[in-house]
Every structure is written in structure tokens, then in C-alpha cells.
Write a protein that binds this ligand. Sequence first.
Ligand code: SAM
Length: 172
Amino acid sequence: MESSRDGLAMVRLNEVRRNEVAVEAPQAFDAGLAFIGVIRTPWTSRLDCPRQGRDDGPICRIEVSEPWVAALDGIEAFERIEVLYWLHESRRDLVRQSPANDGATRGTFALRSPVRPNPIGTALVTLVRREGPALLVRGLDCLDMTPLIDLKPDRCLFTPLAPPQPGDFETG
Ligand code: SAM
């Protein structure tokens, strides 16, 4: 049975606050995602997670599933990696939110809140080391068992390997 503390936490986690605006979100989806693994972190409650990861935060473990492990080849060369993850416990229907719960609201796309129509989280993390199918990293801010969507080298460290194409030189 749910304890009253858990009940209060659920209300807080999914509440609509003063002046926030919820909409009727579409029932059908435009695209399908394939989760490629899970992220193991020390946090089991959204109320305890950091709002944003930090470089000196705890080591977290990104576990890549088969058949995607081969896709990690070469990743050790990058000190920083961009991680995309699915904030699976988020509601998805708020267009205005009140982060401080003080009645002042802002549009969802002007926030990095986990509550968004497509709850994608991104973080630039520091790679500590690779252990086979897993990457040990610092800089995450998600719940334990958050689904993993994608991994990319930090764009500032990455030089495209493919030959240049005209758009690369377009300005103005
Ligand atoms: N760094 C990412 C970004 O900027 O896109 C996520 C930032 S978001 C503010 C981080 C918060 O999302 C955490 O403090 C926690 O409250 C919430 N969160 C973390 N993991 C979640 C999950 N799996 N489902 C729903 N909410 C989550």
C-alpha cells in the first residue's frame, strides 16, 4: 500500500501549480524510439535528483544493450559525451510552468524542465572509463533506470570524418 509520504510525493511530482497551464496532449505519436540501454544512477526519487548534472557529481553507469554495444567503438577517444535520455516519469501536457511554485510562469520551451511534450533530457558528461558495454560518467541528473536514447561525442571535440559539403561553408 502507498504510504502517505509516497502519496504526497506523487501529488507534488505531478501537480499542476498555480497559474500553470496544462493542455490536452495528442494521444497518437509521430515517431517511435528504440531505447538503447539504461542509465544507472544513485537517485531513485525525482525529488532527490540534481536539477542539472555536475562535473564533480557521482559516477553513473550508462549500460548499452545489445545489439548496440558495437556502436560504442571509438567512444573512448572522447573525454566528453553528449547523452540523450527519456525522462520517462514526466507528465507531458504543460505549456506554462511555475518552477518556483510562486505563481510566476514561463513557457515550457523557455525552460529545461523534465515536463515537456517529448521528455528528452540531454547532458554533457565526462567519460571516466568504458567497461565493455558500459560507460562510467560524471555529470548526470536522472533517475536510476532512466531509458537511454542516444550517445554522441561532444560537438566541440568532434571533427566530422565525412568529406566537407557546400553547406559547411555557407554564411549569412
Ligand atoms: N539535464 C537534462 C536537460 O537539461 O535536458 C535534464 C534536466 S531536468 C531539470 C532534471 C530533473 O528531471 C531532475 O532533477 C528530476 O527531477 C527529473 N528527472 C530525472 N530523471 C527523470 C525521469 N526518468 N523521469 C522524469 N523526471 C526525471
